[in-house]
Design a protein around this ligand. Sequence first.
Ligand code: HEC
Ligand code: HEC
Ligand code: HEC
Ligand code: HEC
Ligand code: HEC
Length: 360
Amino acid sequence: MKHDKILFIGAALSAVFGGAVAAQTPPNDEEILRAWLASPHADASSEAFRHWDKEAEIPGSCAVCHSTTGIVDYLAAPQSKAGVIDHPVPIGTTVECSACHNPGAQSLGEVAFPSGAVVAMTDGSAVCTVCHQGRTSGGDVRAAVEGVGDDTVSATISFVNIHYAAAAATNLGTAVGGGYEYDGQTYAGPFGHVPGLGTCITCHQPHETTVSLESCTACHQGATEFRAIRTTPLDILGDGRTAAGMGVVIDDLHARLEAAIKTYAVETGGGAIVYSDAAYPYFFNDLNANGEVEDGEAAFPNRYQSWTPRLLRAAYNFQFVGKDHGAFAHNPHYALQLMIDSITDLATVSSVDASGLQRP
Ligand code: HEC
Ligand code: HEC
Ligand code: HEC
Ligand code: HEC
Ligand code: HEC
């Protein structure tokens, strides 16, 4: 470990425990430190912390979730816009101890979302929620397509990207409107799960950030992986596999939605489309119309620019679910509802097959 890191952590520890009690070291500070150091929050080499190296400062629209300085500043003042501060901050921090342990975080009793929803939260999960909520809502999709006919290609429409790891938006469901919710449907609210296992830090260890499978198997007996957990008896995919884990069902449906997006785009939308989960802004023209994304295609100048409103809604939900790798645990029914409704909507005007799908 580098010397300056030790100095920094020493300072952070006394900030956490207060000068007066610093001498009386709590029993598990070594463990906490080790857990944090091994976590993605401490990974100073990650793109999530290095993206701004060239500019040497992080703009206020990014700083809240990508630096300790940014979130401390955000929580120190009344928050006017979700996840945004009005000034840039220097590069060089990660999500350090004081990102979560500062006076603003301690007194944080509610969290604002991009949709404008404000949700009361009482435990330490509030601070997780500030950063893991995404940057957009279904309302941004509505605004982006306003006034354009459902199947009209419009150059004024660009892809709306939820951003990454928006676990809280999934977890709270329709209460914060993170997904694009179709008119006339109702959607799952917060996934309360069971008492004592319904908030971020009751499932995730706050310092390591991991979840232990043993904390699940007392009730979900025999589950050998998180993805295998399932309690819903409904035959969601209409294929008789009522024992397949929620993670498996969501992945299968996600693949089916991707296929539906491609079919609609060719038949009714603005032409062949492909998706790359690694290249911004994710949706590209399928230049050779082979249904696969090649390196040459996944380039910004070739980004998909012939969106229709119907295609954008489905693509937004596709990305919403795909970029939360824990969606199956955070709120499986909300994720399933968004994807089933997207496929069903595409099927109304194209040869996409939505038969057999059953909404949970
Ligand atoms: C509301 C919080 C929030 C805001 C605001 C935010 N981000 Fe992020 N961003 C995240 C989180 C959380 C991740 C981590 C995703 C993961 O890897 O688990 C992330 C990941 C990233 C990554 C890494 C993606 C990857 O594929 O590894 C980049 C790059 C990024 N953000 C850029 C930006 C930029 C640029 C801005 C400002 C325009 C911004 N972010 C604003 C929360 C935010
Ligand atoms: C990502 C947010 C986050 C980071 C980073 C973080 N903590 Fe914590 N920490 C928490 C939360 C949440 C709790 C639980 C508080 C609660 O139960 O309300 C906690 C609890 C603690 C406790 C109380 C003992 C316990 O395990 O409940 C100590 C001490 C502590 N943290 C020290 C640290 C130190 C030192 C660092 C840096 C090495 C650190 N934390 C980094 C979020 C964080
Ligand atoms: C200041 C913003 C911030 C806060 C607060 C925060 N996170 Fe994170 N979190 C991030 C960023 C940024 C990353 C991506 C780090 C990286 O790429 O190394 C991340 C990564 C993660 C990951 C790993 C995701 C992956 O793709 O592997 C988990 C899990 C996680 N955070 C959970 C939590 C929990 C639980 C809390 C609350 C105790 C929390 N986070 C608080 C910003 C934050
Ligand atoms: C019911 C338990 C549960 C709750 C509540 C929960 N999570 Fe998760 N989360 C999981 C599981 C299980 C995974 C998948 C972990 C894995 O595959 O290793 C996961 C995955 C994640 C990931 C992605 C990690 C990765 O590898 O990409 C992030 C980020 C995350 N959770 C953050 C949060 C935040 C923030 C909250 C609160 C809003 C939260 N989680 C609430 C159980 C939960
Ligand atoms: C105390 C018992 C208990 C524990 C421990 C527990 N669960 Fe659950 N879980 C339940 C019950 C009961 C349900 C059904 C809830 C409902 O239908 O509203 C459920 C439902 C779920 C679902 C939704 C499944 C579906 O088919 O809709 C997921 C995902 C899940 N749990 C994940 C987890 C994870 C991950 C853990 C460990 C971090 C965990 N559970 C620990 C009792 C538990």
